[in-house]
Design a protein around this ligand. Sequence first.
Ligand SMILES: [Zn+2]
Length: 72
Amino acid sequence: MPIYSYRCEECGFAQDVLQKLSDPLLTECPACGKSAFKKQLSAPAIAGEGSGAPAGLPPCAFGGSCMGGPCG
Ligand SMILES: [Zn+2]
């Protein structure tokens, strides 16, 4: 079950909420009761698809994935 980070735009109250994917999103702030409770978009920590290589390395440092390049 994913955990969503919510934050109230009215009073700034923040809370992590455990929800099923099928659950409706919350809108009412439990702190001030206003309908300003919004789910926050959390940036996914993805650094390159499937390479597993540290960021910043040139493509030919990935070992064999640089076809026709300086290392291929
Ligand atoms: Zn609030």
